[in-house]
Ligand binder design. Structure first.
Ligand code: NAD
Length: 260
């Protein structure tokens, strides 16, 4: 029987708010596979909820980290070094764009909103990889979370679509460079999921229902399915896969036309 056994492995998941967070979905699968997992959360108000989530799992810990604050990243990775020595897996599950940039027209995107969206949602993968590099063990792996609006126009995603395109390109460049150390970098392109971040997307509810109707499986993918793909991509099962964007969207992205 083939199974994924991550005992002795360590992981850091950045960007968990609650049990619906895609970062949590992947972190939970890593824990169930035997890894020791640390989580980071953006601000102190999220700490209590995260502590409740991680409490049943021995060996987990969490640390505050705003990915745009260099000192936070330094502190987080110092703790990773102190607690784990090194790290095998990194999950980057962080994105933000100001509401105004998604409510309005793309042509009206301000430079400030552009910079915020790209800095938080795309550049942070690069800075996380830079901080992680000295600690990443040979055979290690990074995954990030992206969305189809990077490839095709999804109304209202606006600058977030551009940020996801930058994130996917960054995944390829990082995969090329870290490949020399046998570290893989991949992106998971998830279909719509009901999370806190999704709530900030104007019209998300109707988009969610429409995507389910248009997908090959006639439903949306689930958080658990994102978690399982994350586990697969991070683990040695995916040892030949790097620089890729892999979809977990019930087949939505491969549809070209809807007949009924
Ligand atoms: P979520 O709200 O649970 O997670 C997003 C996380 O980003 C939050 O924990 C938030 O605190 C964190 N974050 C935002 N700005 C930050 C900063 N400056 N520093 C540190 N953390 C910061 O929502 P989610 O849907 O699980 O989002 C996780 C990832 O999945 C995002 O990249 C999102 O774009 C992506 N994604 C989501 C969907 C979906 O439909 N929910 C679909 C495809 C991709």
């Amino acid at each position: 029987m083939i199974s994924i056994d991550l005992s002795g492995k360590t992981a850091l998941v950045l960007g968990v708010t609650n049990a619906r967070s895609l970062g949590w979905s992947i972190g939970e699968q890593l824990i169930r596979a035997g890894a020791r997992v640390a989580f980071s959360y953006q601000g102190e108000r999220l700490k209590a909820d995260l502590d409740k989530l991680t409490a049943p799992f021995e060996g987990t810990w969490s640390e505050q980290c705003d990915v745009t604050v260099e000192a936070d990243l330094t502190r987080l990775f110092e703790r990773v070094r102190a607690e784990f020595g090194g790290v095998d897996y990194i999950v980057h599950s962080v994105a933000f764009a100001p509401r105004a940039a998604m409510d309005g027209r793309f042509v009206d995107t301000t430079p400030e909103d552009w910079n915020t969206a790209l800095s938080v949602s795309a550049y942070s993968l690069v800075s996380v990889a830079r901080h992680a590099e000295p600690l990443l063990r040979e055979g290690g792996s990074i995954v990030t979370l992206t969305y189809y609006a990077s490839q095709k126009v999804v109304p209202k995603y606006n600058v977030m679509g551009v940020a996801k395109a930058a994130l996917e390109a960054s995944t390829r460049y990082l995969a090329y460079e870290l490949g020399k150390k046998n570290v893989r970098v991949n992106a998971i392109s998830a279909g719509p999921m009901r999370t806190v971040a999704a709530r900030s997307i104007p019209g998300f509810g109707s988009m969610y229902d429409k995507a389910a109707g248009m997908s090959m499986l006639g439903r949306n993918a689930t958080q658990e399915e994102v978690g399982k793909l994350g586990l697969f991509l991070l683990s040695d099962m995916a040892s030949g896969i790097t620089g890729e964007t892999t979809y977990v969207d019930a087949g939505y992205n491969a549809m070209g036309m809807q007949l009924d």
